[in-house]
Design a protein around this ligand. Structure first.
Ligand code: R2B
Ligand code: URA
Length: 338
């Protein structure tokens, strides 16, 4: 471990903030999460978090919360349900399922960057130890067919630079976009031979735009032709880029700067060497998007079972149904009762 990395967390594994101002503030309002360090007891709400899973849309991350609840056998007390903790921010959604947080990050570097500032501060206020962050997303593949799962080895920008560049006080600062190599290998090892799709590792390009920025010919504007596009895509492919998306640079750079282990796992929606548009039907896209969730769930389950914290006795959620037929009858009876 380098001396730089040694500074990133306290000896007990809790997240160290690289900002001396926060400790001096009366309260820290995590505005886009609708949470605050003095308004909420963040230690009792979030102190047991181990995994922070992020993905683009609120719906997908709500679905992920229910999926992981079933997978890890997390039980809610009878009559209760999952709640979007950040519902009053009207920006991001956040669900907590035992040691797992499921949060939406929106689209693009600015959106995921703002969220990461606040989630990293949340980890600090809640005294969370050694959290692991995952981004579960979608991407365009380069030389990979739709439905392929890509675990990012590192992230580069549209100029193939492995940094997040940000103008701060009129100067451009650069933060290395590094992801955890061991975590990447461990995730790859969780791909199963009978998975009906490929799981690969490689370099991810992160762009500031979906259309021109990713060399698409089908945006509202385009000042290049098919040959220019293919020349660029072949060039980046040769340099190891296997997929393109819009958040990994910030995700890798900010988690690395905070000393937090992280990984990016995306499913390809198409092979960009063959086309630009997303043509797969909705049911197919839904099934493809489940694939990165499955891989992350395998990792979380393996971790919890190693710690003896997996409770798979067949029940999950706050409703334990013994007989679906009788359950339905009871529901109907109750509804009809006047
Ligand atoms: C993947 O999909 C989104 C664009 O459609 C963007 O958030 C990304 O990284
Ligand atoms: N997301 C992207 O950013 N690009 C794609 O091509 C598909 C999904």
């Amino acid at each position: 471990m380098s001396s730089d990395e040694e500074l990133d967390e306290y000896p007990d594994g809790t997240v160290r903030l690289r900002n001396p101002n926060i400790e001096l503030m009366d309260q820290d309002i995590l505005y886009h999460l609708a949470l605050g360090s003095e308004s909420h007891d963040l230690i009792s709400m979030f102190g047991d978090i181990k995994f922070v899973c992020m993905g683009g849309t609120p719906k997908r991350m709500e679905q992920f919360a229910y999926y992981i609840m079933e997978q890890i056998g997390h039980k809610l007390p009878a009559g209760t349900t999952l709640l979007d903790i950040s519902q009053y921010s009207y920006r991001y959604c956040m669900y907590k399922v035992g040691p797992v947080l499921s949060i939406s990050h929106g689209m693009g570097i600015p959106s995921v960057g703002i969220l990461l500032h606040e989630v990293i501060k949340l980890m600090y206020h809640a005294r969370v130890r050694d959290p692991i962050f995952f981004r579960i997303g979608t991407c365009g593949g380069i030389g990979l067919e739709g439905g392929t799962v890509v675990i990012s080895e590192d992230a580069v920008d549209g100029m193939l630079q492995p940094f997040l560049e940000l103008p701060v006080l009129g100067k451009l600062i650069r933060r290395p976009a590094k992801l955890d190599k061991k975590l990447c290998r461990e995730l790859r090892a969780l791909a199963q031979p009978d998975d009906p799709y490929e799981t690969v590792t490689g370099r991810t390009m992160c762009t500031y735009d979906f259309y021109e920025g990713q060399g698409r010919l089908d945006g509202a504007f385009c000042d290049f032709n098919e040959n220019d596009k293919m020349e660029y895509l072949n060039k980046i492919h040769k340099s190891g880029v296997v997929n393109i998306e819009m958040e990994s640079l910030s995700f890798a750079a900010l988690t690395h700067h905070a000393g937090v282990k992280s990984a990016v796992i995306c499913v390809t929606l198409m092979d960009r060497l063959k086309g630009d548009q997303v043509l797969a039907p909705k049911e197919v896209l839904d099934e493809w998007q489940q694939r990165p969730c499955t891989l992350v769930s395998r990792y979380i389950k393996r971790y919890l079972s190693m710690k003896g914290r997996l409770s798979l006795d067949g029940h999950c959620g706050s409703m334990c149904v013994k007989s679906p037929r009788r359950f339905k009858l009871v529901q109907q009876e109750s509804e009809n009762y006047d």
